[in-house]
Design a protein around this ligand. Structure first.
Ligand SMILES: *Cc1c(COP(=O)(O)O)cnc(C)c1O
Length: 475
């Protein structure tokens, strides 16, 4: 593509992008599509000759777009959001234009130093200890795996990296029973084994019970296991339960166990002073992950791992073959040594754009707006005789379900699942679910960049309209 054509196409495309962002709520949140429907519209082999750009772009609009879930739709209330914002999108455009591969300081000094600076900003804005250091990973899954590998190497004197597991007893990792599946996956990959993830029972608020954690550790020590790491959650994925990290931290210190805090979603709330209580005791932990790509208006992917002592991570991952060695290695951060990937994207740029565009106060204002909308939705649900909220709502995730006296849990589960499916089928809003104590609950997460009161009102009316009817629920 010659540069003149690029200029023309880029202008067209930016116009399309602006139109999309203006009109995003006019799309169905989720596509009405059968498996294979997109695939059969795509030719079974790659074109031998280059195609006209008009046709490529037309196919994007006609074939691809109808098969997309619109994650930026203000009525997307499912999972956790992956919200973005205009400054973040613009930064992504610049990043892809530069096309830099930022594995070392030398491969783009600005990328490394900007990453250091914005992560210090974020650390301080969230009230994390000022001596900690951060690194950007693609996802919380990778960040947590990296932390667990660093924990494994620290406890074994960096020997498993060298010579494998021979001679070591089995390791144990602890979490609440509401742990995210990425921890199971990390234990598979780290060679620790998923069965060695010990899930500690939770209290009525779905938070880990520290006394039971300590008992489990003691029992394992007696049996000869090596307690390696506790992964606590600030904001579980099911219900945003807040584990008591202060007490967990005491236990970890007592038994010399690595404490990793998974604040993937809720970590953004720490920008608000009124949520600092959640972080109390974090200074006793070793690592802490949170995803700006969930609730901080920064395009997926961008996950931040903070560490008390980055040298454990660096010692775990650093490998410098001759072709990567530079004369400056002693003086600079080479972020390739802070994780699994060698090649790295320039993700700090979008964080920098987002933080500077909104300012910390602008970010706080948006978060408080989401929290205020959530309070409204909670009030509506609480006032309804056939609805109940099954978990505390410390942030912006509401777990609720339809109830009717005399119906079994099984029947209620069926009714709630059907209700949610009917709401989602309209394409006007999108919810996902979880199970709490075997009960199917709908999760309503209010965290989209452009969500306003009209969106939650419309969603509420839609929920009421599709709610199981009295005459249909009996029997
Ligand atoms: C979303 C989430 C994760 C996984 O995040 P990825 O960045 O998609 O890997 C891990 N832990 C918790 C608590 C989460 O909410």
């Amino acid at each position: 593509m010659d540069k003149e054509e690029f200029r023309k196409r880029a202008h067209e495309m930016v116009d399309w992008m602006a139109d999309y962002l203006e009109n995003k709520e006019k799309y169905p949140v989720t596509p009405k599509i059968e498996p294979g429907e997109i695939l059969k519209q795509l030719p079974s082999s790659a074109p031998e000759e280059g195609e006209d750009f008009d046709r490529i772009f037309a196919d994007f609009k006609d074939v691809i777009l109808p098969g997309m879930t619109h994650w930026q739709h203000p009525s997307f209330f499912g999972y956790f959001p992956a919200n973005n914002s205009e400054p973040s999108i613009l930064a992504e455009l610049l990043m892809s234009t530069l096309g830099a591969q930022c594995m070392s300081w030398l491969t783009s000094p600005a990328a490394t130093e900007l990453e250091e600076r914005v992560l210090d900003w974020l650390r301080d804005a969230k009230g994390i200890c000022s001596t900690w250091k951060g690194v950007i990973h693609d996802t919380a899954s990778t960040a947590t795996l990296s932390a667990i590998l660093a924990a494994r190497e620290r406890v074994t004197g960096y020997r498993i990296n060298q010579s494998g597991f021979e001679g070591f007893a089995k390791f144990r990792v602890y979490s609440s029973e509401h742990v995210h599946s990425s921890i199971d996956k990390a234990l598979r990959i780290a060679g620790i084994g998923q069965f060695n993830l010990i899930r500690i029972r939770v209290d009525d608020n779905y938070a880990l019970i520290p006394e039971l954690l300590e008992k489990a550790i003691q029992a394992d020590v007696e049996k000869g296991y090596i307690p390696l790491c506790v992964v606590s959650a600030l904001g579980t994925t099911s219900s945003t339960a807040i584990d008591p990290i202060d007490k967990i931290g005491d236990i970890c210190q007592k038994y010399s166990i690595w404490h990793h805090i998974d604040a993937a979603f809720a970590g953004t709330a720490l920008l608000l002073p009124e949520f600092r209580w959640m972080n109390e005791g974090h200074e006793k932990a070793d690592s802490y992950v949170f995803n700006p790509h969930k609730w901080m208006f920064t395009n997926f992917d961008c996950s931040v791992l903070f560490l008390k002592e980055p040298q454990h991570l660096i010692k775990t991952f650093s490998l410098t073959p001759e072709y990567l060695r530079t004369q400056l290695d002693e003086q600079v951060n080479n972020y390739r040594d802070w994780g699994i990937q060698l090649g790295r994207r320039f993700r700090a740029l979008k964080l920098w754009f987002v933080i500077r565009h909104y300012g910390l106060n602008g970010l706080r204002k948006k978060l408080r707006h989401h929290l205020k909308l959530t309070k409204k939705a909670v009030e509506w649900i609480e006032r309804h005789p056939n609805l109940e909220i099954l978990a505390p709502v410390p942030l912006n995730t509401i777990c609720f379900r339809f109830v009717e006296t005399g119906l079994s849990t099984e029947k209620l589960n069926q009714l709630n699942e059907k209700w949610m499916a009917e709401v989602n089928q309209t394409g006007l809003a999108f919810f996902t679910h979880t199970k709490l104590d075997g009960k199917f609950v709908i999760r309503w997460v209010i965290g989209q960049t452009d969500v306003e009161e009209t969106h939650i009102k419309n969603a509420w009316e839609l929920l009421l309209e599709k709610m199981p009817k009295k005459e249909n629920v009996q029997g």
